[in-house]
Design a binder for this molecule. Sequence first.
Ligand code: URA
Length: 205
Amino acid sequence: GFTIPIAPADAQPERQQPSKLDECRRCELWQYATQAVPGEGPKRAQIMLVGEQPGDQEDLAGKAFVGPAGKLLDRVFEAADLERRAIYLTNAVKHFKWEPRGKRRLHKTPVQREIEACGYWLEKELATVKPTVIVALGATALKSVLGNGNAKLAESLGKAIRHEGRWVVTVYHPSYILRVPDEEAKRQAFNVMVEGLKLAKQLLE
Ligand code: URA
């Protein structure tokens, strides 16, 4: 007779180097997400925008920035006179991290371990796209781009800093602007984003 080799029930699968994003097991977030959401845009782009992670709608669609944050970004691009299709859009973390809240899936901020695990994919994108300017949207993106879990948004907001031969411009995350309750404060935060993107554009000249 023959025996079929069966792995013991508690065997841990070997951590393989995933070649495809959607097969990534570098952290645990894949288990709860519908799919990984890849970056999108020109294979070579002068500006790369880095968000935090896909939201609920991005997770379902498999496309970055198609939900409310993406709609706000479209308004920012228009105000800064930039074409969305000229910009490479991606996220620091490629799987949606969430917790149930009633019938809704509530966004949870990724932790540093998850940001670092997913940095593998951002590095690949940087090596291919070779942007001159990276625009970091919010603290998670900034931590990822700088490879520094202690990076503080307030210290870099609205500024261009040099990092590994590239410019990094930091602005608010669009979801933050959507949450600002006061209309005047919202308008100001929106303007910080517009000015940040204008600055990114100037750095190309
Ligand atoms: N927020 C992000 O940071 N990225 C998306 O793709 C959508 C919402």
